[in-house]
Design a protein around this ligand. Structure first.
Ligand SMILES: [Zn+2]
Length: 171
């Protein structure tokens, strides 16, 4: 998001040079720059010891396709803390370890996605209210339920990476 008015005091912003960043919106009253901002989010492929991955359906995203656990990073937490928290909140599952695989810009929603692969032991799923359905599904059969991986997305990146590592015996 590009600021035109100061989010603190409402004053119309001017532009001022900010070193290597060129001209940046500036509030004369608050005497501070307002750099363009965007949401930081996580998405996590969670797998268990039985070759299954965690898929969930959220009707506001799609009534048809399932996806991985995802959520907004909140101020004060790291991407890793957010990922453990979102997995627990949305599905009741406690991840044991996770690994940051990639960060990707999601242009349509102006979000910086942090893509993780997380391991959790198989346990019963308890969906939060924002989730319509969540299930453990064998990773080889998961594609028929997921958003198409032909779309460029962090979901696709994580899924393809996981399948490749499985084939190579790395997971
Ligand atoms: Zn201001």
């Amino acid at each position: 998001m590009h600021y035109i008015y100061c989010p603190k005091c409402g004053e119309k912003l001017t532009e001022r040079p900010a070193g290597d960043d060129g001209m940046v919106p500036y509030c004369e009253s608050c005497q501070r720059y307002w750099f363009d901002c965007f949401d930081s989010c996580i998405i996590a492929l969670v797998y268990n010891e039985y070759d299954e991955i965690l898929l969930e359906r959220q009707s506001y995203l799609s009534s048809q396709y399932m996806t991985f656990v995802s959520g907004y990073i909140t101020p004060g937490e790291s991407a890793e803390e957010c990922t453990y928290r979102e997995i627990k909140e949305e599905t009741g599952i406690e991840a044991e370890k996770l690994e940051l695989i990639c960060t990707e810009w999601f242009a349509r929603r102006e979000q910086l996605m942090h893509g993780f692969i997380a391991f959790a032991r198989k346990a019963d799923i308890t969906c939060s209210k924002e989730i319509d359905e969540a299930r453990w599904i064998n990773y080889r059969e998961a594609q028929q339920y997921m958003f198409p991986i032909t779309n460029k997305s962090t979901l696709s990146t994580l899924y393809q990476r996981f399948c490749k590592e499985k084939e190579e015996g790395l997971r």
